[in-house]
Design a protein around this ligand. Structure first.
Ligand code: GBH
Length: 486
């Protein structure tokens, strides 16, 4: 985006905060999210088998800041009724949670459905609905069954079949009551972050090739799941299926990096272009870039596997909405020899870019620098790329290292970001229809263990009962929902 556009954003933001037209459109929905491995605990109850996150945290505690794991986490496997009560007290329209694949299908395959696993999710779904809260299910939020990993996991093209079969079980069991589905949460994390340095499960570093094998297989797996829904369930259940992408808003460090910024943004759309673009397939700029680099490196084919013409058609159009997770923004410039590549893994090594926060932005914990206009700018960019597709903000939130109840910075983060979402909707006409706070409750924050808190509700992890206490941000959010305005 050009500086003049940023100025327009700033001016309209100022105008908005000084007048009263701060209502969200009537159908706009508010929710909050969690993910199975981060909240459920009960990692080995009944016939549940280990996921790659069980294995990774048990075998490599040194990869986790406090050496912890999700064995118990928030114990939501047992305390799900409390989670529903919290969601109800907040007035949430929907609750976004994920299914643990190895809890539902202990073999990974569809030949055996766990009775306890299916009962757990049925109870959760029914409980939500009884309290007027729509369930929104993510099929895959990173916790792949370990036995499928042993067969190659995301780098085995058969993952598409396995994921399809798992999806069919989930759609069959829950599709009568669950109307909004997403297949994968953040391919960027599943493929790029995980395979770049092996920092996330399965702990395999394969930055040149593993990343892109995963990328292609994931796209086919997503489309397989979508098409199964279309062919076997849509007529009966009439729900929506999409995928959730994480985007960092990128803007040039200085005008000489405009082109590099475009390429960086295009790479950020690696998992969107095959679905939402008119042509289908990988973003052409990225495809050309990796192909030419691979050739120079002596590879016989591009490290980014090509789609066949048939595969392009198979993947194209396979989403009923655009799931968008937003947390932070970065400036883009060319890396030099002394650059230490840090998160975000958005091709920084591949493109030789350095992605750095503007010192003027509010520093949060670790990587999470707050730049509210970024969410609005990225919403507009999605529309610029793919037209006025329905967008649901599937995650947005802020972390702290302390667990205070009066969470002033988190509340401010929500206020500022909600305002930008509202502006994108009302001023820019972006078709954004929902907003999801990450997270309903403090939970297991992957490599940060329990040191990084995202909950609008505090969880006391020293308490065997994992007591839950709403923070000030929860009150604020409940207020926004109640008034349907800021
Ligand atoms: C989301 O990822 C996830 O969907 C969710 O599960 C998670 O709890 C939430 O955000 C908050 O993080 O350790 O410096 O290398 C957002 C993308 C990818 C951001 C991994 C942090 C690791 C940063 N995340 N990344 S670092």
């Amino acid at each position: 985006m050009r500086a003049s556009n940023i100025l327009v954003f700033v001016i309209s933001a100022l105008t908005l905060s000084s007048c009263s037209g701060r209502k969200f459109p009537p159908g706009f929905k508010f929710g909050a999210a969690t993910a199975a491995y981060q909240v459920e605990g009960a990692w080995n109850v009944s016939d549940k088998s280990p996921s790659i996150w069980d294995t990774f945290t048990h075998d490599h505690p040194e990869q986790i800041l406090d050496g912890s794991n999700g064995d118990v986490a928030c114990d939501s496997y047992h305390l799900w009724e409390q989670d529903i009560q919290l969601a109800k007290d907040l007035g949430l329209h929907f609750y976004r949670f994920s299914l643990s694949w190895p809890r539902l299908l202990p073999n990974g395959f569809a030949n055996h459905i766990s009775e306890d696993g299916s009962r757990y999710y049925n109870n959760l779904i029914d409980g939500l609905i009884a309290n007027g809260i729509e369930p929104m299910i993510t099929l895959f939020h990173w916790d792949l069954p370990q036995n499928l990993q042993d067969l190659g996991g995301m780098t085995n093209p058969l993952i598409a079949e396995w994921f399809g079969a798992y999806s069919r079980v989930a759609y069959t069991l829950f599709g009568d009551r669950v109307k909004t589905w997403s297949t994968f949460n953040e391919p960027l994390a599943i493929c790029d972050v995980a395979y770049e340095g092996g920092k996330l499960a399965p702990g395999i570093a394969s930055p040149e090739t593993g990343i892109y094998l995963c990328a292609k297989n994931l796209m086919i797996a997503h489309a397989t799941s979508y098409r199964i829904y279309n062919e076997e369930f849509r007529a009966k259940y009439n729900g929506k299926v999409g995928i959730v992408n994480h985007h960092v808003w990128f803007t040039p460090y200085s005008s000489e990096y405009e082109e590099l910024t475009h390429l960086t943004r295009d790479l950020g759309f690696l998992y969107s272009h095959p679905i939402y673009s008119e042509t289908g397939g990988w973003p052409p700029s990225v495809e050309a870039f990796v192909a030419s680099k691979s050739e120079k490196e002596g590879y016989s084919t591009s490290r980014l596997p090509k789609f066949t013409a048939e595969e392009i058609e198979f993947v194209k159009g396979t989403a009923d909405y655009y799931g968008f997770n937003y947390y932070t923004s970065r400036l883009v410039r060319e890396a030099n020899n002394s650059t230490v590549f840090a998160w975000p893994s958005n091709g920084n090594a591949e493109l030789n870019v350095e992605l750095i926060p503007d010192p003027n932005w509010d520093a949060g914990l670790d990587w999470l620098v707050s730049y509210p206009p970024g969410i609005r700018a990225q919403l507009n960019l999605i529309r610029e790329y793919y037209g006025n597709v329905e967008i649901i903000i599937t995650e947005n939130g802020f972390s702290t290292s302390t667990d205070e109840l009066d969470d002033v910075t988190r509340t401010q983060y929500f206020r500022d970001h909600l305002e930008q979402v509202l502006l994108a909707n009302t001023e820019d006409g972006v078709n954004v229809t929902g907003y999801t706070a990450w997270s309903l409750i403090d939970n297991y924050e992957w490599n940060s263990g329990y040191t990084s808190r995202f909950g609008i509700v505090r969880v006391d992890f020293t308490d065997p009962l994992r007591s839950r206490t709403p923070r000030a941000s929860a009150e604020y959010y409940a207020d926004v929902i109640r008034h349907h305005s800021l």
